[in-house]
Ligand binder design. Structure first.
Ligand code: PMP
Length: 399
């Protein structure tokens, strides 16, 4: 398999020649079609949605709802199951506050994994505290995947919800989401999959997975910040109370009685991020045009090449499985990850160093932080070479 770029670098005006951008897991760079959609949205077609009777607003409403249908088709759901939120964080908080806070009772249990991002830990912690539920943590296998055999042994009828990352933002480990869903459903638990790192890296089909909720952020999918998606099974969404009140989410309002709109409108109080939604539509068209299968294969090749090269350097310790999706975390013996990232930056290589909003995972790996290189459609063999050269420089500097 080749590590040649997908030949899309020219689509990304914010990536100058010679800059190895290896922080796509934090946020992806934006391709021209996304930038154009945003510029057009504000500069040519702008108006509010769902309210205006004038033509411009009616057209914008059509474009807004067409984006919802595009999101649904992209992940194998139905348009009425797609709730626009600010990002994955907001999507998880919505489920934690609307579903969990009303469905869970004292003594119920929530199952998370040891590699979750803080945004898939803290909202559950808050909900559990509120209702008197408890949280259990699935351990990882020796090669840093969520241990589904251990999960099978841990699950009990007291578990009402399982929430797991589809792809770890630190390790790149890919979850067998279908098996995880079957295990959760076998004890009657619902399952939420955090697809933040998955949607831009592999084909996702919520119907094939069979899960109950799926969340992701637009900005990690080559789209704008401030827009994301909560997908939920319609019967579940329909039984959930609204979590924020305001305009657009109601059926009728009087001071005596309020009735709410059906999903997804019930969960979209206030004027939405209209142009963000248009940008997300363009981003989905862009990645779908490249093909998620191709992107997955391309990033798998980049990961293999990076891991092979880094493992040749004695002082480098690699985390995560060899077949991780687009993300490689590592440590250089005796050098703080922040120093690694700073020296790499001097060589025009942008990586992330820190706890990556996964402090429990850092504790498990027994490190304060990791250095993380994460790939996107624009990366190629030259970026891996620049990374490896930078790490060799780090080892020379630190002896
Ligand atoms: N989950 C995972 C796995 C992530 O990587 C991130 C972002 N780093 C989030 C959740 C939160 O996404 P956002 O900050 O866009 O809401």
């Amino acid at each position: 398999m080749s590590t040649a770029p997908l030949d899309v670098l020219a689509d990304f005006p914010a990536i100058p020649a010679g800059w190895a951008y290896l922080d796509t897991a934090a946020t992806s760079q934006k391709p021209r079609p996304v930038i154009d959609a945003i510029t057009r949205g504000y500069g040519e077609t702008y108006a509010t949605v769902h309210r205006g009777v004038y033509q411009r607003s009616a057209d914008m409403t059509l474009a807004f709802e067409a984006a919802r249908a595009r999101v649904a088709a992209f992940i194998g759901g139905k348009p009425e199951e797609v709730v626009f939120v600010r990002g994955a964080t907001e999507g998880i908080n919505l489920v934690a506050q609307s579903w969990a806070a009303t469905q869970l009772k004292p003594g119920d249990r929530i199952l998370l994994s040891a590699l979750e991002h803080h945004s898939n830990i803290v909202p559950w912690y808050m909900a559990a505290e509120r209702v008197g539920a408890a949280i259990d943590v699935v351990p990882l296998t020796a090669d840093h995947r969520i241990d589904l055999d251990a999960m099978a042994a841990m699950l009990t009828p007291a578990h009402k919800l399982v929430a797991l990352a589809h792809v770890s933002n630190v390790l790149g480990s890919v979850l067998d989401a279908r098996r995880a869903t079957e295990l959760a459903h076998a004890v009657g638990a619902k399952i939420l999959i955090d697809g933040c790192q998955a949607v831009a890296r592999l084909p996702v089909d919520v119907a094939a997975i069979g899960c109950d909720f799926y969340v992701f952020s637009g900005h990690k999918l080559y789209g704008p910040t401030g827009i994301g998606v909560l997908w939920g099974r319609y019967d579940l969404l329909d039984a959930m109370p609204p979590w924020q009140g305001g305009g657009s989410m109601i059926d009728r309002v009087s001071f005596e009685k309020i009735s709410y709109a059906p999903p997804p409108g019930r969960f979209e109080a206030g004027t939405p991020h209209i142009v963000g939604v248009l940008g997300l539509h363009a981003a989905i068209d862009y990645v779908a045009g490249l093909g998620l299968d191709r992107i997955e294969a391309h990033e798998a090749a980049l990961v293999r090449s990076a891991r092979a090269a880094l493992s040749q350097i004695n002082s480098v310790r690699l985390f995560g499985p060899d077949d991780s999706a687009g993300i490689v975390s590592f440590a250089v013996e005796g050098v703080h990850p922040h120093d690694v990232a700073t020296i790499l930056d001097e060589g025009n290589v942008a990586i992330r160093a820190g706890h990556h909003c996964a402090q429990p995972l850092m504790e498990l790996l027994e490190v304060p932080a990791t250095a993380r290189a994460s790939f996107g459609v624009y990366n190629g063999a030259d970026d891996i070479a620049a990374l490896v050269e930078g790490i060799q420089r780090v080892t020379r500097i630190f002896g």
